[in-house]
Design a protein around this ligand. Structure first.
Ligand code: MN
Length: 209
């Protein structure tokens, strides 16, 4: 079974004015599609074809760079589309809000640290909030790497992700990455982030038993 480009659950213009329609269309239909195509080419005829993305990432150091780069590109973008959306932004609620306060002191402090992770990553990459040993942690990865990969500096289960490649913002924001990150907070789908957090915590609880 070849991997496929997931359909966006909203229109290309649904995130305006924060993320413009042209950027979303090119990002999804060209960039993400290319990662899917090249990932399928990279794993065709290899044992990786029968594995899940998580299984491939756990051994990413043993695969050619094309598997790591394009597999990461496919996974990271799929996750990114799911944690942003229209009629979103605002504040997290419930267990997730409590966990953010406990890990970072306050939501404002979390926002500051996540923004710093995004602005300070040199070149292309991603900013993340992950669950590591049951706690929320902020990190960033270069290129299309992610925290599920064995080569990652900081490993854990992703719950929030931000694309900081220039292709994610250049048409609207040019070199102003901090402005794009500031706009990102208006489109974060906290319900989905909370769902991912809850799932991961339930998984850890089950494993501990
Ligand atoms: Mn991208």
């Amino acid at each position: 079974m070849a991997f496929e480009l997931p359909k966006l659950p909203y229109a290309y213009n649904a995130l305006e004015p924060h993320i413009d329609a042209r950027t979303m269309e090119i990002h999804h239909s060209k960039h993400h599609q290319a990662y899917v195509n090249n990932f399928n080419i990279a794993i065709a005829g290899t044992g990786a074809e029968k594995l899940s993305m998580e299984e491939i990432f756990a051994n990413s150091s043993k695969y050619p760079a094309a598997v790591r780069n394009n597999g990461g590109g496919h996974y990271n973008h799929s996750l990114y589309w799911s944690v942003i959306g229209p009629n979103a932004g605002g504040l997290p609620t419930g267990e997730l809000a409590l966990a953010i306060d406990s890990a970072f002191g306050s939501f404002e402090e979390f926002k500051k640290q996540f923004t710093a992770a995004g602005t300070s990553r040199f070149g292309s990459g991603w900013a993340w909030m992950i669950v590591k040993d049951g706690k929320l942690v902020i990190c960033s990865t270069p290129n299309q790497d992610n925290p599920l990969m064995d080569i990652a500096e900081v490993k854990g289960a992703p719950v929030l992700i931000l694309d900081i490649w220039e292709h994610a913002y250049y048409l609207n924001y040019q070199n102003r990455r901090p402005d794009y990150i500031a706009a990102f907070w208006n489109v974060v789908n906290w319900n989905e982030v909370a769902r991912l957090y809850k799932n991961e915590m339930a998984k850890l609880l089950k494993e501990a038993k």
